[in-house]
Design a protein around this ligand. Sequence first.
Ligand SMILES: NC(=O)c1ccc[n+]([C@@H]2O[C@H](COP(=O)([O-])OP(=O)(O)OC[C@H]3O[C@@H](n4cnc5c(N)ncnc54)[C@H](OP(=O)(O)O)[C@@H]3O)[C@@H](O)[C@H]2O)c1
Length: 293
Amino acid sequence: MRHYANKPEWQIITRSRAELDLRDQQATNAFFAEEKPDQVILAAATVGGIKASYTQPVDFLLNNLQIQNSVLSASHRYDTKKALFLGSTCIYPKVAEIPIREDSLLTGPMEETNAPYGVAKIAGIKLCQGYRQQFGRDFVCGMPANLYGPFDNFDPEHSHVLPSLIRRFHEAKLHNKPTVTLWGSGNPTREFLFVDDLASACAFLLDNYSSGDIINIGTGVEISISDAANAIREIVGYQGEILWDTTQPDGNPRRLLDVSRMNQLGWTAKTDFRQGVAATYQWFLDNRASARV
Ligand SMILES: NC(=O)c1ccc[n+]([C@@H]2O[C@H](COP(=O)([O-])OP(=O)(O)OC[C@H]3O[C@@H](n4cnc5c(N)ncnc54)[C@H](OP(=O)(O)O)[C@@H]3O)[C@@H](O)[C@H]2O)c1
């Protein structure tokens, strides 16, 4: 929403989860009947890191199916002109040619730890494609890389790797801890997309993209978890040592999206990793009281 201040022609309509549980079809229909949105960005989802998705598979599968079924069917019923559904890189096979092209979807088995989330997201893609095929609806699907930025979730149980690292190093610095132990080997690579870049990509897709084909949204740059952790440690100013608990799962060995389709359409990510982490850490420091911690 911050980002869309640069789109005065948009009137942004939102509801908090407390005001509208998007799993509730009736309540979602009532919201659409009242507001009749022209365009919908479906970003709401149950999300989290490896630990949460591994220990709460039902929440990840059922909540996401319910949210997307409810919002996409209401978008159809109330004649929304365009809907953008946000998927995830978890939809892709565990072993896919790097960088991962959109056409690698469903060409091999998924990574087990986040399969419930990935399967739900694939169902959302198929639903968007189905509404296009059966009813001519302009529903499109963007697959973002790992997100981070202001307003992130820093909760130890539910945060993704990057906000979780920021929090861990920050607390270790505060309490003068000599070491911080992180899950896995540190070797897997990930691609991190700053949230403002995703916001700009969503607006770009609504304005410029109309196809049933999914499209990747990323930076095209991969970084190992250990390099990311070291960069964050430096930015946070933690002087201690990082230990790696290799008895814990690593997740996918490599994740890097092929973003050439998005680039060819004319969109590229703008935020450099260190600059994005510094902005996120500053936001965390300024908003400790209201942040999801
Ligand atoms: N984070 C990533 O690395 C990443 C990567 C690729 C794709 N994505 C996708 O991008 C989107 C945004 O992810 P995010 O990481 O920004 O997640 P997030 O910060 O947790 O935001 C998700 C939002 O959905 C809301 N929500 C969850 N369940 C709801 C429900 N039943 N009814 C209404 N609202 C509900 C949450 O409300 P509360 O604040 O009340 O919980 C939250 O505001 C998701 O679709 C996700 O799958 C994320």
